[in-house]
Design a protein around this ligand. Structure first.
Ligand code: UDP
Length: 237
């Protein structure tokens, strides 16, 4: 694989932390994911993590709550997940900092790009919580934004329930075909729902490579950075 893995953004959905239940936090699953993150860290790779919040709340979950309030709830959920990942990684001896896009001074730093750079240089993993800080966006878009800002070489998008991008839902169609490689424009043109259109366009416009892989087996993360053919690679061109 021709990709560089000096600095990566790992995107984990909230659901990935729930151990197949979809809700809440599963200790064993989080341990396994953090162990794989540590294995990547031990290879000397600089790591930023963007974590979702769907295991607690998604903005579009409720019709009874005004969307921006609902999205704020979702963003707060990502902070809970960020702290959970931080605690587990630090138990494993990996130094981390959480930076959030919504201020919660008592528990985490605000997002400051230059400070995040410094943390990475000092060998700390930086976990970005609270998404972009703005409603109507997703944490996939956050991953694209932070990858552009932090000049990451690649986004590693760990998915539950799939091991890459298919032309149709592999859980519904036996003849679904998995893509080895794709471009962002193909994702948009084919309407492949792997990421929302905002995240996809942001990656496309900034030419950020993306690897979509299955996080149900967290060891895939290590295989990906070792250049093994795992998942689907998406490129700008
Ligand atoms: N969210 C938001 N702005 C952002 C990122 C997230 O409003 O920049 C909210 C939104 O409500 C979203 C929720 O936070 O549904 C959780 O994020 P996401 O759905 O991306 O989490 P995931 O599906 O990856 O667990």
């Amino acid at each position: 694989m021709d990709l560089d893995f000096k600095r990566v953004v790992i995107k984990l959905s909230g659901e990935a932390l729930s151990g197949g239940i979809g809700h809440g936090l599963d200790d064993e699953t989080i341990e396994k994911i953090c162990k794989s993150v540590k294995d990547v860290y031990d290879l000397g790779i600089q790591i930023c993590i963007v974590v979702g919040g769907g295991n607690f709340w998604r903005g579009r979950s409720s019709e009874k709550i005004e969307r921006s309030t609902s999205d704020h709830m979702g963003m707060l959920a990502t902070i809970i997940n960020s702290l959970r990942l931080q605690a587990t990684l630090e138990n494993m001896g990996v130094p981390t900092r959480v930076q959030t896009a919504i201020s919660v001074h008592e528990v985490a730093e605000p997002f400051i790009k230059r400070k995040a750079e410094r943390h990475l240089e000092k060998g700390r993993i930086v976990i970005f919580g609270a998404g972009t800080g703005m409603p109507y966006f997703s944490t996939d878009t956050t991953a694209a934004l932070r990858a552009a800002e932090m000049q990451a070489d690649v986004i590693l998008l760990g998915k539950t329930g799939t091991d890459g991008i298919y032309d149709k839902d592999p859980n519904k169609f036996k003849d679904a075909k998995k893509f080895e490689e794709l471009t962002y424009i193909e994702i948009l043109n084919r309407g492949l729902g792997i990421m929302d259109a905002t995240a996809t366009s942001l990656c496309m416009d900034n030419n950020i490579p993306l690897i979509v892989f299955g996080i149900d087996n967290p060891e895939n993360l290590v295989s990906v950075v070792k250049g093994e053919r795992v998942g689907t690679i998406v490129r700008g061109k």
